[in-house]
Ligand binder design. Structure first.
Ligand code: SAM
Length: 243
């Protein structure tokens, strides 16, 4: 059905209108897009196995939630997935039920202004508590939206003493990469980039607690080779540059 609509839109509408309709459908979650490559999921699953997080919070539900919920279900880890679009809340919770894994982990928090409704998220966080694994993959990139608005909640969201991994998707976008590096600096985490070869132009940044970077050495060499350490940004200096 979706592919029929896509074909009609492609063939009937002139190019600018077609691009606008497809973009609007994508950003509203009405038309599925290619999800991340299987190497991404392999690395995430291995890191779950190696790091054994106990409390995970995800922003932006989808395929990822299946993997996280499977681990959570089998290991007794707590999971909360924040989703802006009620269609995806229903879809992902249904998918989890059909997989016979933990259900109702996806919580609807609409976007209000630049980010999820802060007051509603705060109430959910009060009930959930801090996390040792945070996956930032939302809200959907639309005009006026700002993932950096998450910074207001970071001190309560991320358990400084326990944090193992913070994962950010879409770090090919300079503002998301800048957010990743600010989180790394604030919590003393070590950053690694992964170019997602199955989704053109997409990149993820893994932020690992220094005490847990050894987990990467336990990955299969073919997976470990995909993670590039990110050089720490050069410290600002008032000294004139040497020529
Ligand atoms: C980047 S997706 C999040 C996907 C999820 N974290 C994952 O990796 O599978 C951002 C938003 O798009 C919607 N969405 C989820 N899966 C989708 C898909 N396959 N196609 C289109 N939209 C999707 C949801 O509203 C979600 O919050």
């Amino acid at each position: 059905m979706v592919s029929k609509v896509r074909t009609i839109v492609r063939h009937v509408l002139p190019r600018p209108a077609r691009d606008a309709v497809l973009k609007a459908a994508h950003t509203r979650g009405l038309m599925p897009w290619a999800t991340k490559g299987f190497e991404v999921w392999l690395i995430v699953q291995h890191l779950l196995l190696l790091l054994r997080p106990q409390a995970m919070v995800e922003f932006g539900s989808g395929r990822s939630t299946d993997y996280l919920a499977e681990y959570a279900h089998k290991s007794g880890c707590r999971l909360m997935s924040i989703e802006e679009n009620w269609i995806y809340v229903a879809k992902v919770n249904l998918a989890l039920r059909l997989l016979m894994t933990r259900t109702n982990v996806v919580r609807h928090v609409p976007v209000k202004g630049e980010w999820y409704d802060h007051a509603r998220f705060d109430r959910l966080l009060d009930a959930f508590g801090p996390a040792d694994f945070v996956f930032i993959d939302g809200p959907v990139d639309r005009e006026g939206r700002e993932r950096a608005a998450i910074e207001r909640h970071l001190d309560r969201l991320i358990d400084l003493a326990e944090v193992k991994l913070v994962l950010l998707d879409d770090t090919q976008r300079p503002e998301v990469k800048a957010l990743a590096l600010r989180i790394a600096e604030r919590f003393g985490l070590v950053a690694y980039d992964l170019a997602d070869t199955h989704k053109e132009g997409n990149a993820l940044t893994f932020l690992l607690a220094p005490g847990h970077t050894a987990a990467l050495d336990a990955l299969a060499p073919s997976l470990r080779a995909l993670l590039e350490p990110v050089a720490a940004p050069a410290a600002a200096t008032d000294e004139p540059a040497l020529t």
